[in-house]
Design a protein around this ligand. Sequence first.
Ligand code: FAD
Ligand code: DHB
Length: 398
Amino acid sequence: MSGETQVGIIGAGPAGLMLSHLLHREGIASIVLERRSRDYVERRVRAGVLEQASTDLLAATGVGERMTREGLVHDGIKLRFAGEEHRIDFRRLTGQGITVYGQQEVVKDLISQRLADGGDVRFEAEATAVEGIDDDHPSIAYRRDGEPATLDCEFVAGCDGSHGVARASFPPPLAGEGQGGGPRVYERSYPFSWLGILAKTPPASNELIYAYHERGFALHSMRSPEISRLYLQVAADDTMDGWPEERIWDELRLRLAEPELRAGEIIEDGITPMRSEVIEPMQRGRLFLAGDAAHIVPATGAKGMNLALADVKVLAEALTAWYRSTSRDLLDGYSDRCLRRVWRAEQFSAWMTALLHRDPAGDPFEHKLRLSYLRYIATSTAAATTLAENYVGFDTAK
Ligand code: FAD
Ligand code: DHB
């Protein structure tokens, strides 16, 4: 091994932690640098839906025990709009379901397994630059306890989310396609955000409710029989100041068509912008991007965490092949292999977002088209299957 470790990983989110765990199982050493504290990352409330492939990966690699016990298996979702409710039966349409299990629980389980296995996860260690990615000895410059430090390694995995430093060490993006060399960034922003709350109130439904309302989208999810996770479409420039608790609950009751939804203590709240972004390719030399560092999806399709886990499964396989046989084939194919799944998720997430959100600049015609498509999904097996097979995770390797 040249340097302090084989794989330097930036970021202790689902991508970075899972990668470190998978590499450990293959006898490959890694060090994870995370700029936040352990407590912070374990409390950060984000996504909650795991596809079957994600639950399989967690279970098959020994980190799924609590998820299997506490995760809520759902066989479908409810769509509500214009006073109607329709259930999309994932199990019947695809043979698969989903598991509702909070992202921070996945993060907790992975951290505790890494530490039990003697893993080196350095919290409050902020990467500031990635160097030498075009030669054999890359390094990560970072700061810990205010002191500058360097991590020398053989490969760098940029798992540092959408605002991380790894992607910044790529050459500048090119303006157009087909010019060779640098990566291209494909992006789209949406004229609305999501206000999310985690609240101490029993879920009003045993399954997720995706609601389209004239006033905008709402989503009813959950974390346990006592804790609900609820979202509202809000204006892109809204802040929490404009949303006192009573307004949030009133709006949720109205849009979800759940007049009995009980207000409870709000444990966490926040506003998240809706964005789509893909960096293509996701690699350069000895640097590989994974998860949000390489792509962002609007949350409507519940794909973010699933893509992050899927990327690092592919990356771990490629790094394992390299360390077993010094074959670069799988490493070279990493980005292409991931991007097939990423673009499927991008299309699905953008489509679900357009289907269920009120565009502030849209006209009444658009509203009617949306209602018609929702009714089509509710009554056509073909249309419902399209939603279902993408929601549970479409296998692009087929
Ligand atoms: P992250 O979980 O973002 O992990 C990256 C890690 O890198 C973080 O711990 C960060 O602190 C660390 N880091 C960043 N920069 C540095 C640095 N310079 N040095 C060291 N460490 C660094 N998806 C859904 O499907 N549904 C949702 O409801 C949903 N809600 C979301 C709400 C918010 C506020 C955000 C930001 C995302 C949400 N997502 C949601 C998306 C989903 O949570 C992400 O796709 C998922 O977290 C991706 O995992 P990751 O490991 O790639 O990135
Ligand atoms: C949750 C988040 C999502 O983005 C989604 O589409 C469904 C559920 C959740 O946090 O539970």
